[in-house]
Design a protein around this ligand. Structure first.
Ligand SMILES: [Zn+2]
Length: 323
């Protein structure tokens, strides 16, 4: 009885220590768009003035901005008062702000790039879907979706489509419903960072990590598919001679199965992967999984996310792991 009590007490206490760690480790914030004019390809984001208001408030409350490489090199040195800024997808709308952060604030954010989108070569399937929704009537789009994925609707398309078919099917759909080609749109609007912009950002201190090649849901990939997604992306960065850290942010924050992630970390020597949920041990050594907090929503939501999320997540993690 005593032995059982001690064992349970030990397990309980060590889990609580891990939970506390979740809530007290550095906060990694993420944004998609910080701009005064949001691009059609991703029409949600935060205005430049609200973004700098956020940074000002954080600074006044004693938070310090760190680069991801600084934090990952020695996570034990930092705590919840240390903040890392990250940006997903590599949108060009963020370019002025990213440059300004480096030069004027000495903040070194990390940009997670989608390999196929770099330099406006292609769009990812989720961007194509967003544009199709904008330019095509829901009735016409629904009818076409039903042709390719019988029974699927605009809203269920994401979960119904096989990840191995997502690009082929969205390309077919685009040809059927869009009044212009993908390349014409990219040429005209240039929604993604160009190579020249990336090189300037790198000189200004911005770090680059990867966000996969084609933005799939990794929770639905088998290992060879997940491997190819990272391999193509790292090779692309090498070919372009843009220094790239061994960081990988999961699209939609949805991680691969643990066994797949372990193999990816080993094969690509990843120093960290990034999701948006929490498990015991995340954001602390020796674990490689880090979790981020979304900060480009409404003001109140951002505040809740920032202040409460680490604690709520730690409670959630404890519920699933204590018993
Ligand atoms: Zn993304």
């Amino acid at each position: 009885m005593t032995v059982m009590y001690c064992l349970l007490k030990g397990k309980y206490e060590s889990n609580w220590i891990k939970c506390m760690k979740i809530a007290t480790t550095p906060r990694v914030l993420y944004y998609h768009i910080v701009a005064d004019k949001f691009p059609e390809i991703y029409p949600n984001g935060i205005s430049v003035s609200n973004f700098f208001r956020q940074l000002g408030q954080l600074k006044r409350r004693g938070y310090k901005f760190r680069s991801l490489s600084e934090v990952l090199a020695n996570p034990k040195k930092f705590n919840a008062k240390d903040i890392v800024l990250t940006f997903d997808d590599g949108f060009s709308a963020n370019y002025p702000v990213l440059m300004y952060l480096g030069k004027e604030y000495n903040i070194k954010p990390t940009v997670f790039l989608i390999g196929k989108c770099i330099d406006n070569k292609e769009m990812a399937w989720n961007h194509k879907l967003l544009l199709m929704k904008r330019y095509c009537s829901p009735v016409k789009l629904s009818a076409q979706i039903d042709n390719y994925v019988p029974g699927a609707t605009i809203s269920s398309f994401f979960s119904r489509i096989e990840m191995s078919e997502k690009d082929t099917v969205t390309d077919f759909l685009w040809k059927e419903v869009m009044p212009f080609s993908e390349s014409d749109y990219l040429q005209k609007h240039k929604p993604f960072l160009s190579l020249t912009q990336m090189k300037s950002l790198q000189k200004a201190g911005v770090e680059f990590g990867i966000h996969s090649w084609s933005h799939p849901d990794f929770s639905r990939l088998i290992y060879p598919e997940a491997y190819t997604e990272l391999d193509l992306c790292f090779k692309q960065m090498e070919e372009l001679s843009v220094p790239c850290k061994r960081y990988f942010a999961y699209p939609y924050g949805r991680p691969a199965q643990n066994e797949i992630e372990t193999r990816l970390i080993k094969n690509f020597q990843l120093s960290a992967t990034f999701g948006i949920s929490y498990g015991l041990g995340d954001n602390s050594l020796p674990y490689t999984r880090w979790q981020r907090i979304k900060m480009d929503g409404r003001k109140l939501t951002n505040q809740q996310q920032f202040l409460l999320m680490p604690w709520l997540r730690s409670i959630k993690a404890s519920r699933f792991n204590f018993f």
